[in-house]
Design a protein around this ligand. Structure first.
Ligand SMILES: Cc1ncc(COP(=O)(O)O)c(C=O)c1O
Length: 372
């Protein structure tokens, strides 16, 4: 196969729908279709009642694109292509890259953010964060990785799996540096709106820099992964044309019911985000207590945004063994670090789901069993 197997997705395929306690998922608690429709204003209800199940527009329903464009300053529906989130990464990498290009990706990373580039014959450098009290992506480290063949810098902010953020000054400096050197930026913003402190929300890269493509969608922050709706945005019209053309070879267009539900969800976005941040903040309190109780076995590097963090096992405990035991003994699904090339003493924890405290109590029971 041209692209190496997606380690995390292969693992989830095996366990996600059978493990009783999911403690490593990246999405927020999902919402029922009935709820989305009941929040809908008359326009959404009308669109739903008159929904025709024919093909839809390749770039996305015009009303949906307009609703999405409102999330950005200075952008309109021409700057938006609706697609499945994972598809958006595939489209952008294929349009932007060719064999021999050099790519820099924030690391560890959601695998398609670097694997597609490798499959296309690009060379890759990993921009690793420094570990202090929190994870920090240092700009000087990034500068050292830039070469004359560098075509693309791949960012993911808020970051999966560390929950790291960046200050706006550093973010703008990256865009300025990319602009000076003519480098494209792909910014995965799937966890945007889940900043624990709203003031730390970054502007979208696509809004700030013409050679940037941003990815966002409804799967994570909005808790609607079953809709399979995301979008690419860029102010570069020629690039948007190329992305839409390539979509003819992937899905052609999105699902008609999903598009209408997505319009409804975006029109109720404040309610949805408030609800999801409420769940997250509640879960973080439970996590802080958990890490205080089990400090001799496990610690975490506190996240600043999103639904994910990396936890570190004390001593020589291998996270693959630890995670396999948690699943076998207590039915708790975690993600071991080696599935994300994040190191064998780390595992990923997800805290966007309502039943997280229950899953955490199970993990605590497992730790008590192995720590005696
Ligand atoms: C950073 C990041 N980007 C993109 C995606 C893809 O989203 P979806 O699974 O909805 O296609 C994910 C999913 O986990 C992700 O974490």
């Amino acid at each position: 196969m041209k692209f190496a197997p997606f380690k995390l997705e292969r693992y989830f395929e095996k366990h996600e729908f059978s493990a009783p306690y999911l403690l490593s998922c990246s999405d927020c608690e999902s919402v029922s279709m009935t709820d989305v429709l009941s929040w809908g204003d008359p326009l959404v209800k009308d669109l739903w009642r008159n929904l025709d199940l024919g093909y839809t527009e390749t770039r996305g329903h015009p009303l949906l694109r307009r609703e999405i464009a409102e999330l950005y300053h200075g952008m309109n529906e021409e700057h938006i292509l609706v697609c499945t989130p994972g598809e958006g990464i595939f489209l952008a990498m294929n349009v932007l890259l060719q064999e021999g290009d050099h790519v820099i990706t924030m690391f560890p990373a959601y695998q398609s953010l670097y694997e597609i580039a490798l499959g296309l014959g690009c060379s890759l450098d990993r921009w690793q964060p420094r570990l202090g009290d929190i994870w920090t992506f240092n700009l000087r480290d990034l500068e050292l990785l830039i070469k004359k063949e560098t075509r693309l810098i791949v960012l993911n902010l808020p970051h999966n799996p560390t929950g790291a953020m960046m200050n706006v000054g550093d973010f703008r400096e990256i865009l300025d540096m990319a602009s000076r050197l003519g480098i494209y930026v792909f910014c995965d913003e799937m966890y945007r709106y889940l900043e624990f402190n709203e003031e730390s929300r970054l502007p979208s890269a696509a809004q700030e820099y013409k050679k940037a493509v941003s990815l966002c969608g409804l799967s994570k922050s909005f808790g609607l992964p079953g809709l399979r709706i995301g979008w690419l945005s860029s102010k570069d019209k020629a690039l948007m044309e190329n992305l839409a053309s390539l979509k003819d070879y992937t899905t052609i267009c999105c699902s008609a019911p999903s598009e209408i539900l997505a319009i409804g969800a975006l029109r109720s976005r404040e309610l949805l985000i408030r609800r999801n941040l409420g769940i997250i903040k509640n879960n973080i309190l439970a996590l802080e207590q958990f890490f205080a109780n089990y400090a001799n076995v496990v610690s975490w590097i506190p996240p600043q945004a999103g639904t994910l963090a990396l936890c570190r096992l004390a001593g020589l405990l291998d996270s693959s063994v630890f995670c396999a035991g948690a699943l076998e003994k207590e039915g708790v699904l975690l993600v071991p670090g080696d599935l994300m090339d994040a190191g064998r003493s780390f595992f990923r924890i997800g805290f966007g789901r309502k039943n997280m405290p229950e899953a955490l109590a199970r993990l605590a029971r497992y730790i008590e069993k192995i720590a005696v």
